[in-house]
Every structure is written in structure tokens, then in C-alpha cells.
Design a protein around this ligand. Structure first.
Ligand SMILES: Nc1ncnc2c1ncn2[C@@H]1O[C@H](COP(=O)(O)OP(=O)(O)OP(=O)(O)O)[C@@H](O)[C@H]1O
Length: 613
């Protein structure tokens, strides 16, 4: 469009300039005959006032007698002298002829001049006529130029209008195309909407149909409900009367429930008090039985026991507290001498006693542990006497030893105590004391290189071994797995008397913490100790005892002796009663007794009751 407009404007300018380029007709070349221009035929056709083409001015017609041109009129000069003048005779004849000739010429000349004058007059007339025609033509030309200018202007304006109209047509076309596009989109949108509306309508019809069905079924239901309503109204009245009766009954029952609640509260209090009493009684029973008790278990004779000489008797068939050893030897005189040794224990287990029989006697200690007391169970005896069997036992349930049974019992008691509002958390540690050095049996590595120290808290009475692993215990089976792992790590040395003789003391400690719903707390521990063999050096190793074995045995015997001293001192103190308060107990003489100090001393039994309860 801009190009077209520019072209049009250029044409306009050109057209506007054209009249100015036209020569001023008749001004510069008035006598020139006008030739029709290239556009003249159009203009001739277009305008009615176009002048007729001009005729070419004719040349003046000369008579035949005038042989020379009009531009060379005869002069009045005398004729040139001729050759006839050279002789006088000849000159007269000749002069006559020439005079004649001259007069003829004169006549001819005058006629020519008159003809020339006539021609000049006619020419002047023609010229005048031609000039008039030229003037007329100039006027015609001016008129035609004006008309031409007007026509050009008209043409220009028409072209402008044409361009304008073309622009408008273009714009209209675009708008039309846009409108058509919009309309098409609108039509599509409408079609889509129409389809949606049709779909909605179809769904609505379906809904309506269903609603109608529902309404009809509801109507029938309503009819039935009306009948039912009547029936129900009657029933409701009956029920209302029953409800009133029930409300009265409920009131009575609420009263009874409140009574029952208060009774329950009272009973709960009684149970709690009973639990405290039970604990006290249980402890009392244990104390009456003896805070330190010594049981003796005789293992059956094994095929490997070839040289058994002693005869064992169990005369106390009622309380099983005695054992008699009989042996015979030859006196210096050669007579047979019978020796009888009587030993008394808190309990004696015959070789036929099972693991369950032994545990029955100590199971009450597990209860003491959950009641918040510290309990220690030691297995003492010479190598091969059955300590490990008693403490750890075999793989079957029947042969399971005291440690797994005690742990199971503690978990069972803790479970039972839940009904009395007690929640328990348990944790355990397992260590061995070898040559007065502590090794962690639950450490991350097989060989424990850490140096452990025993720390006692005098305020709480708690004992802690530095850098030892204390693991949370979740179940009895979890404890069994830990024990199996720990057992593999124990220092074992071959001896003459038992090929798997333990050369160290192993101490498994289970700590139990209980919290009651009332806020009461208790904390106890169960220490299960498998002591190292108590044999004599020459019996165990014969003469082949190495320096290491000698050192091991000395350490074992020293610590066993220290334990014996502590137990003896505790026994004396217990027997002396309050008078022996402050008596020195040599716990520090060995790692074992120092470790178990708080579990062996009488002060270790703790029961914490929060203030105000
Ligand atoms: N009551 C028992 N019934 C059956 N076998 C037993 C009994 N007591 C011990 N034994 C067996 O006697 C052998 C030695 O027992 P055990 O290893 O328990 O002795 P120990 O005193 O622990 O020895 P050590 O001090 O070397 O560890 C084992 O083979 C064990 O199975």
C-alpha cells in the first residue's frame, strides 16, 4: 500500500507539473503551424471545441514568363553593353531590336511587378488570415490546455479516490477475513457448546429418568413408610415408656457404677499396698532364707570319671540340706580306715536333679530383681564340676541353664507387673575378668583392647564400668543371642582336667528399671557369675604348667579367695546384726568383688518411692 500511494502521489506531482512544461503557444513561435500532439486525437474526440487542422500556406504562383525567382526581381539598372556596339552599322539594327526587346522586357517587368504586387497583396491577405487563424488556434490551445489540466486534475483525484478505495477494499477484505475467521471459530465454539449441551441434556435426561424412578420408588416407600410410621409411632410410645423405665434403671446403675468405681479405686489401692507388702514379705522370706545362700549341686558321674573313689550320700531326704562323703583308706598298720565327711548347705541337689529343679530354688530371686533388689548368683567349683553347664546349660529347652531361665523369668515377671501398672526397661552387659583385667564380651571386636575401670556412685549406689557396651534388652531370645555371641569370645585354655576349661570369671549383668503409673520407681540388677575353675595347680596341669598357666591359676585363686573373704565377712556382719555396722568388707581385694560390691552389700536393695505417694 505505501508503495502504491507513493506511486500515485508521484504521478500526481508529475501530472501537476505537466501544464507548467507546456510551451506558451503562440508566444515564442507564433507563425509555426501547430502539429497535433500524441494526445490530441483523444482530446479531439473528447472535446467538441477542438479547432480544425490548419492548412499549409501556399506559395505564390508565378507566371511562366517569370523564369527567375521572386526573390530576384528585375532591376532598373541599364542592361549591360553588348558586342553589337563595336560597329555602327550593325549597331542601329541591333539597337532597334534591342529597343524592342527592352520595351518588351519593360512591359513584362511592369506586368511582373503588378503581378508581384497583386501576389504581395494576396499574400498579405493570406498572412492576415493565417494570423487570425493562429490567434484563434492559440486561444483554442489555451482552452484545450486548461481542459487538459482540469482533466488531469480530475484524473488525479479519481486516481486518489481509486487508491483510497483500493485501501478501503483491502481493509474491508481483511476485516471481512477476520470476521469470517471469528465467525468460523464462533461457529465451532457454538458447535462444541451445542455438543456439550446435548451431552448434558442426555445426562440430565438419564438423571431425570433415574430421579423419576427414584421418586416413584420413594413414593411407594413413602406409602409403606407412612404405614410403618403409624406402627412405629405406636411402638415409639411403648418404647418411650420403656425408655423412661430404663432411664430410671440407668440412674440406679450409674449410682452403683460410681460405688463400684470407688470400690475399684479402694481395691487398687489395696492391691498397690498389697504389692508393697508382698515385696516386703518376699524380701523378708529371702532374708529368712538367707541373703547369702549356698547350694551344692553334684553332677552325675561322667564316662570320663574313671577313678571315682568317694561315696556320696544324701541323708536329708526332707530338706535336702546335707551331703555325706565317705571314703576308705588304708592305715599305717594295714587296716582299712573309713572317713566320713558331713557338709551342710542351704540346699543340696543330687546328680539326678534337673536344671528346672535347680532354677525352682532361685527363681524367686528374679522376682526380687524386679522388686528393685540387686541379686548375685555365683557358680563355684573346680574345673569340670559343672559350673558352665549349670549357668549356661545345653542347647535344648530342658537343658537350658540358670542365665537363660533367670532372664526369661525376669521378662515374664515384668510382663505380669504391667497389669499392676508397672513398665520395665532392661539393659545388659557381659564381661569377663581374666588375670584381673576386664574384657568386654559385647564389644564390637573379638578382642577388646580397651582398658576398663570400675566406678561406683556413692549417692545412687550404681556401678559403672568405663567403655563397656551396655545394650538395651528387648526379649529373652534377644538376651540368648547376646549370650551366645559373648560365649564365643571367652578366653578358653586347654587344661588337663577339662578340654574347654574357662580360665576367667564371666559376669552377666541385667539391669532392670521399673516405673509405676503412680510414679513409683525401682531399679534392680541380676548378676550371674560363672567363676573360673578353682583347681590346684599341680592337679590341673601336673608338672607341665607353663608360666602363663601358673599366672592364670594364681589370679583365679586369688580372686576366689578374695570372694570367699568378702562372703565370709558379709556372713559375719549379717550374723552380728546392727552391732557390726561399719565392719570392713574387703571388696577392693579383687576386681570381681569390687565390681560386685553394690550387689553383695546389704545396702544394695533399694526401693524408691516418690514423695507424696
Ligand atoms: N548336671 C549335669 N548333668 C549332665 N552333665 C553334666 C552336668 N554337670 C556337668 N556336666 C557335664 O560335665 C562336663 C563339665 O562340665 P562344665 O564344663 O560345666 O564344667 P565347668 O565347671 O564349667 O568347667 P570349667 O571350670 O572348665 O568351665 C560337661 O561335659 C558337662 O556337660
Amino acid at each position: 500500500m505505501p508503495t502504491l500511494k507513493r506511486k500515485v502521489s508521484e504521478e500526481e506531482d508529475e501530472a501537476l507539473d505537466q501544464p507548467r512544461k507546456l510551451p506558451a503557444i503562440g508566444a515564442s513561435r507564433p507563425t509555426r503551424t501547430l502539429q497535433p500532439s500524441r494526445t490530441a486525437p483523444n482530446l479531439t474526440k473528447a472535446g467538441p471545441s477542438i479547432p480544425k487542422p490548419l492548412t499549409k500556406p501556399r506559395a505564390p504562383t508565378l507566371t511562366r514568363s517569370t523564369t527567375r525567382g521572386t526573390s530576384a526581381p528585375p532591376t532598373s539598372r541599364p542592361p549591360p553593353p553588348t558586342r553589337a556596339t563595336r560597329s555602327v552599322s550593325g549597331r542601329s539594327a541591333a539597337t532597334t531590336t534591342e529597343d524592342k526587346r527592352f520595351s518588351e522586357l519593360k512591359t513584362q517587368l511592369s506586368s511582373i511587378e503588378s503581378a508581384r504586387a497583386a501576389d504581395a497583396a494576396r499574400l498579405a491577405q493570406d498572412m492576415e488570415a493565417e494570423r487570425a487563424k493562429v490567434v484563434e488556434l492559440q486561444e483554442n490551445h489555451a482552452a484545450i490546455s486548461r481542459e487538459l489540466a482540469t482533466a488531469r486534475n480530475h484524473d488525479l483525484s479519481q486516481r486518489r479516490e481509486l487508491v483510497h478505495a483500493t485501501d478501503e477494499i483491502e481493509a474491508l477484505k481483511k476485516r471481512h477475513a477476520r470476521e469470517v475467521l471469528d465467525l468460523e471459530m464462533d461457529v465451532k465454539q457454538r458447535e462444541r457448546e451445542s455438543r456439550e449441551v446435548k451431552e448434558d441434556l442426555r445426562l440430565c435426561r438419564g438423571d431425570l429418568e433415574r430421579e423419576r424412578e427414584a421418586v416413584s420408588s420413594l413414593r411407594s416407600t413413602l406409602a409403606m413408610q407412612s404405614t410403618t410410621h403409624l406402627t412405629l409411632t405406636t411402638q415409639n410410645q411403648v418404647l418411650q415408656s420403656q425408655l423412661d423405665a430404663n432411664a430410671r434403671m440407668l440412674k440406679e446403675l450409674t449410682g452403683k457404677l460410681e460405688e463400684a468405681d470407688s470400690l475399684l479405686e479402694e481395691k487398687t489401692r489395696e492391691v498397690r499396698d498389697g504389692e508393697i507388702v508382698r515385696r516386703k514379705l518376699h524380701n523378708m522370706v529371702q532374708e529368712l532364707k538367707g541373703n547369702i545362700r549356698v547350694f551344692c549341686r553334684v553332677r552325675p558321674v561322667l564316662p570320663s570319671d574313671s577313678d571315682v573313689e568317694a561315696n556320696m550320700l544324701f541323708p536329708d531326704k526332707r530338706e535336702h540340706k546335707e551331703i555325706v562323703l565317705e571314703s576308705s583308706s588304708e592305715s599305717a598298720t594295714g587296716q582299712e580306715r573309713k572317713e566320713v565327711y558331713n557338709f551342710g548347705f542351704d540346699k543340696v541337689f543330687e546328680p539326678s536333679a534337673t536344671q528346672a529343679d535347680v532354677f525352682e530354688e532361685i527363681s524367686m530371686l528374679a522376682q526380687s530383681c524386679t522388686d528393685g533388689y540387686n541379686v548375685c548368683i555365683f557358680a563355684y567349683g573346680q574345673t569340670g564340676s559343672g559350673k558352665s553347664f549349670t549357668m549356661e546349660g545345653g542347647p535344648t529347652e530342658e537343658t537350658a541353664g540358670m542365665i537363660p531361665r533367670a532372664v526369661e523369668q525376669v521378662f515374664r515377671v515384668a510382663d505380669e507387673m504391667k497389669s499392676k501398672g508397672w513398665e520395665y526397661t532392661m539393659e545388659g552387659q557381659f564381661l569377663e575378668i581374666y588375670n584381673e583385667t576386664i574384657n568386654d564380651l559385647l564389644g564390637a571386636h573379638d578382642f577388646d583392647k580397651k582398658k576398663h575401670e570400675i566406678k561406683h556412685d556413692p549417692k545412687t549406689g550404681a556401678t559403672r564400668v568405663t567403655d563397656i557396651n551396655v545394650l538395651p534388652l528387648h526379649s529373652a531370645s534377644h538376651v540368648r543371642t547376646l549370650l551366645a555371641t559373648a560365649q564365643k569370645r571367652r578366653s578358653v585354655a586347654a587344661t588337663l582336667m577339662n578340654e574347654r576349661s574357662s580360665r576367667s570369671h564371666s559376669v552377666f549383668t541385667l539391669r532392670i528399671k521399673g516405673v509405676c503409673a503412680t510414679g513409683e520407681r525401682c531399679e534392680g540388677s541380676l548378676n550371674l557369675v560363672d567363676l573360673a575353675g578353682s583347681e590346684r595347680l599341680n592337679v590341673s596341669f601336673g608338672n607341665g604348667a607353663t608360666a602363663e598357666r601358673v599366672k592364670e591359676t594364681q589370679a583365679i585363686n586369688k580372686s576366689l579367695s578374695a570372694l570367699g573373704d568378702v562372703i565370709a565377712a558379709l556372713g559375719e556382719k549379717g550374723a552380728a546384726g546392727p552391732a557390726a555396722e561399719g565392719k570392713h568388707i574387703p571388696y577392693r581385694n579383687s576386681k570381681l568383688t569390687y565390681l560386685l560390691q553394690n550387689s553383695l552389700s546389704g545396702n544394695s536393695k533399694t526401693l524408691v518411692r516418690p514423695p507424696g505417694l
